[in-house]
Design a protein around this ligand. Structure first.
Ligand code: TDO
Length: 177
């Protein structure tokens, strides 16, 4: 398993070792001790799964303290562009974003630490799966509009299908994180 650091401290891409044979494939998708050795020591307490057709965009989302969530995200079927924005007050990369393509060939993962906004757009119909370091808490939800020109995220899509809730989200500059 390879842990690749990104342009933002704490944001990590994980590439598993995939064993292929005539039956199909096998890989370890999570192993506590190995993740801990590579800077991801958090305990995950909730797993989520969603399905989205091609051209759907979910995000940008985070949960505020004390329910801030780290997320270990991956794609079980299909392909997405996954985006994380550093919204940690005082961070030298506050307001910066990075992205990775997640797909069911590489079976790669993205670790998005607590304090990051997270979102993704589906490049194909996709089953999306993620582990969270904290529980869902409706009252702690915070979000930013996906196409905020200040963030200037390159989603590679003009008119994604976005939920009404996500269309009503404020701009990054309107929130005190
Ligand atoms: C996230 C979540 C939602 N729900 C419910 C609330 C709602 O009725 C329904 C759909 O919720 P949403 O529209 O917020 O789902 P969605 O837009 O997929 O929200 C997710 O987006 C991605 C980008 C993330 O980073 C996740 O943390 C999460 O915020 O599911 C839960 O019961 N538990 C959960 O953990």
């Amino acid at each position: 398993m390879e842990f690749r650091k990104t342009s933002i401290e704490g944001l990590i891409e994980i590439k598993p070792r995939i064993f292929k044979d005539p039956r199909g494939y096998f890989f370890e998708s999570y192993q506590y001790e190995l993740f801990k050795q590579n800077g991801i020591a958090e305990v995950f307490v909730q797993d989520n799964q969603s399905y989205s057709t091609k051209g759907v965009l979910r995000g940008l989302h985070l949960q505020k303290d004390p329910f801030a969530q780290g997320k270990l995200v991956r794609v079980i079927k299909g392909k997405v562009l996954d985006v994380a924005v550093d919204a940690r007050p005082g961070s030298p990369t506050f307001g910066q974003w990075d992205s990775v393509v997640l797909d069911d060939e590489q079976n790669n993962m993205f670790y998005v630490p607590p304090g990051f906004l997270h979102g993704f757009v589906t490049l194909e119909d996709a089953i999306f799966s993620y582990k969270c370091t904290n529980y869902y808490n409706r009252e702690s939800e915070q979000g930013v509009i996906w196409n905020d020109s200040d963030l200037n995220i390159d989603w590679g899509i003009e008119n994604p299908l976005v939920s009404e809730k996500d269309m009503a989200l404020p701009r990054f500059s309107e929130i005190s994180f």
